[in-house]
Design a protein around this ligand. Structure first.
Ligand code: CTP
Ligand code: MG
Length: 166
């Protein structure tokens, strides 16, 4: 799941600049996505996810890791792209609910990337998904995600990368 988990913190670190919605509003008068979703964050986030995935592929080729899921070029791309698409869809819905950029939306703010990554993988490469994300691994992802989310956001806040610790 590293290629899915890394894009968000990478976007927070390296993102900024032109917002994906170019500052435009939806028909409800609120922003499409808001200033927190930028082209640079999307691009550099996806590149970070793919980079860590390539490292995983390299390590697996060197050391075997017989009992671990094996990444493929397709899986690392769909996990990374899916994670940030999930984040984008989350922001779109968040704006429609009238929640401001950066405001707290407890469950959605954590599982957006997991839902996006796994759904895109289901669409593009279902055989990889079912072979690698077995039920126990899926349950483990559901448990690990809030722990990682909370830890990384607190670190981001302390490093002043994020304005809020969530
Ligand atoms: N970011 C970015 N581009 C993206 C995703 C994230 O530039 N596609 C950066 C933004 O600087 C953003 C930060 O990463 O503020 C943290 O991301 P996130 O928490 O998802 O955004 P929020 O600012 O909280 O906005 P929202 O309320 O829409 O979730
Ligand atoms: Mg946020």
């Amino acid at each position: 799941m590293l290629p899915a988990y890394l894009p968000n913190p990478a976007a927070a670190l390296f993102g900024g600049g032109t917002p994906i919605d170019f500052g435009r509003n939806y028909s409800d008068g609120r922003r499409f996505f808001g200033d927190g979703k930028t082209y640079r964050g999307l691009l550099l986030g996806v590149l970070a996810g793919i980079a860590v995935g390539l490292i995983e592929i390299r390590l697996a080729a060197t050391y075997g890791f017989e009992n671990l899921p094996h990444q493929t070029f397709t899986s690392i791309i769909v996990l990374s792209v899916g994670a940030l698409l999930g984040d984008l869809v989350k922001s779109f819905i968040k704006r429609r609910l009238g929640k401001e950029r950066g405001s707290k939306w407890p469950v959605a703010d954590m599982y957006d990337l997991v839902a996006g990554a796994l759904l895109l993988t289901l669409i593009v490469d279902p055989s990889w998904l079912f072979a690698n994300i077995t039920l126990p691994i899926f349950v483990f992802i559901l448990i690990l995600t809030p722990v990682l989310h909370r830890s990384v956001n607190i670190i981001g806040y302390l490093l002043k990368v994020k304005e809020v610790p969530w």
